[in-house]
Each structure stands twice: as structure tokens, then as C-alpha cells.
Design a protein around this ligand. Structure first.
Ligand code: AMP
Ligand code: ZN
Length: 138
């Protein structure tokens, strides 16, 4: 499966250059062109799937395995204090490239890469209503 207009399909096919960190039969990892921190890496499947939940299970396993490998290498190689793994799905969630990808973002204390985490609280009884709406779709 591929998408003619997809920039990540073109990178996976070698038609557009990238700073390649890793590649195997099913996945490829490369440096993000506009990094949030040094070593910000994207892990993508070579096959075109738009969202995380649309990927077949074995491919998900391959992506996650590669993402863990990359995270470990970013931390060891660049001496980060930690890292974020991020997968934006849908425009509302900030997905700009509609080919599923995991961001691996090395973090250091006080780097102010993400300054907001707008946590809220459930009103009385609201959590039960919400979990019912989710669980009946599983
Ligand atoms: P998202 O908002 O989760 O869809 O993230 C897309 C990411 O792809 C952004 O962080 C971009 O900087 C990155 N990106 C877009 N084009 C390229 C490219 N040609 N090479 C590397 N990274 C890219
Ligand atoms: Zn694609």
C-alpha cells in the first residue's frame, strides 16, 4: 500500500533524501527535519497507513520495537536525561503528515520543550459514563 503524494512514502522509497538512523524490512527511522531537540527522530512503517490503530498488529510490534531501540540510542548517544515518544493521529491531534510515525524526542531537565500539560478533573460520575462509552466499542 502506498500513497503517491505522501512525503514519508517517498522517503521510505528513497525518492526523497533523509538522515537515516535505521532501516529494516518493515520500518525506517530518520531525523526530523525540524527537531524539537537534538536527535529528534521519526520512526515510520515503510507501508502507508495513516493512523496508529489502522496498522496490522505485527507491523505495530515492529514499529514499537524499533522505537524502543531508537529511544535507547538517542539517550545513550546524546546523553539525554529522558525522552518522549509521541504519535499524533488526526489533524486535531497535530498530525501534519498522514503516514503514521512515532516521534522520539530526547529530553533534558529544564529544556522547556513541552511547557504545557493541560490536565483537568472529571466531575462526579463523569468518569463512569466516559469509560462505558469507550469500553462498549472494544
Ligand atoms: P506530525 O505533526 O506528527 O505529523 O509530524 C510530522 C513531522 O514530520 C514534523 O515534525 C516535521 O518536521 C517532519 N517532517 C516533515 N517533512 C520531513 C522530511 N522531509 N524529513 C524529515 N522530517 C520531516
Ligand atoms: Zn505514506
Amino acid at each position: 500500500m502506498g500513497s503517491q503524494d505522501c512525503i514519508f512514502c517517498k522517503i521510505a522509497a528513497g525518492d526523497i533524501p533523509c538522515c537515516k538512523v535505521y532501516e529494516d524490512e518493515s520500518v525506517i527511522a530518520f531525523l526530523d527535519i525540524s527537531p524539537l531537540s537534538d536527535g529528534h527522530t521519526l520512526v515510520i512503517p515503510k507501508a502507508h497507513f495513516e493512523r496508529f490503530d489502522q496498522c496490522p498488529p505485527q507491523l505495530l510490534a515492529d514499529i514499537v520495537e524499533c522505537t524502543a531501540k531508537i529511544a535507547s540510542a538517542v539517550v545513550s548517544g546524546l546523553g539525554c536525561d529522558g525522552y518522549n515518544v509521541l504519535c499524533n493521529n488526526g489533524a486535531a491531534a497535530g498530525q501534519e503528515v498522514n503516514h503514521v510515525h512515532f516521534h522520539v524526542i530526547g529530553r533534558n531537565s529544564g529544556d522547556a520543550v513541552f511547557t504545557q500539560w493541560p490536565a483537568k478533573h472529571y466531575a462526579e460520575g463523569q468518569a463512569e459514563v466516559i469509560l462505558n462509552r469507550i469500553s462498549k466499542n472494544l
